[in-house]
Design a protein around this ligand. Sequence first.
Ligand code: PEP
Ligand code: MN
Length: 376
Amino acid sequence: MLAILHPDTQLDSEEYRQTLHFLENLPGISVRVHEVQGAKQRLTEIYLLGDTKSLNQEDIMALPAVERVIRISDEYRILGRHRDDHRLSGFTYNDVTFDQDSLNVFAGLCAVDTPDHVEIMMQTLEAHGQLCTRMGAYKPRTNPYSFQGHGKGCLPWVFEKAGKHGIKVIAMEITHESHIEEIDTCLEKLGRPTGVMLQVGTRNTQNFELLKAIGRQSTYPVLLKRGFGITLDESLNAAEYLASEGNAKVVFCLRGMKTEAGNPHRNMVDFAHVPVVKRLTRMPVCIDPSHSVGSREHAPDGILDLMHVTAQGVIAGANMVLVDFHPMPEKALVDGPQALLLEELPAYLEDIQLCHETWKKRQVLHGKIQLNGLGG
Ligand code: PEP
Ligand code: MN
């Protein structure tokens, strides 16, 4: 069960003290307090864990600091969407909003290689009004002899260039908890010219110790990739690990599933799950067409598969697109063959915008049909 307190309830107020005292003394129930900082107000949520079936909802509703009480299922307690649960989704980080209505594109390098390439990439993004990018510094590779990323050595110049070009958020995969500290120390030293969204790669979706470490900090939001060989439920539970440790600023990323059935794509594109994740949870949903498709093949209509699947995800309501671009893909150290070219960026962004607008119109269209169907 979840008790949501009146907005901006002070934790040193008498109402809060009385409420917490009552809840903490319920037999067989443990309480967990969760603070949610929204753009306009701070919300305190109190999770009641244990045998909550016997609890009387009215009694809890009557407590002085309580505004609402929701019965939640055991599934995805914090990030899930429960019955009668109208809590807001998403968060704002470094002035960029991530929720189930917004749309942000993170075009950039799969792996940081040279300062020149990073510079050209960021310049191009700035010229097209982009505030976000992807930049891999720590690369988990299948082959131990492959390039593993420049690691913390490249952080100072990547962050400086981002700041110079007005980039607000960089999606950056980390593979070990020590990388959080490396990123934080570097950003702090530079005066925080940009922000970072910590990315958990598909190979680490169930690295529970890494998830817990990332969840214990709330400075940086998290982009969690769906595990490529596990069920959706298992991946959503992985996201809940982050929230259960205190960090609910999580974006969930679909990136294709590993199966021969996906051939000739690198992975089986799973963007049909965009609306499913939005129904089951309150997380914004990201799609990664690059790691799903894995090539620059195009259809007879002249449109790259990468662009077709992006359109499919966005028209279904995706809130974020994580995509590989490179100024010179033939020189890229990782995933060059699937990178989009800088000259393809304007049309790509326009296509995404078209699909996002169409998604909004589709909501109106189907909302109307539903109302008519109900005789409204
Ligand atoms: C990536 O985005 O660079 C990446 C390695 O993705 P994934 O973890 O989905 O394979
Ligand atoms: Mn890659």
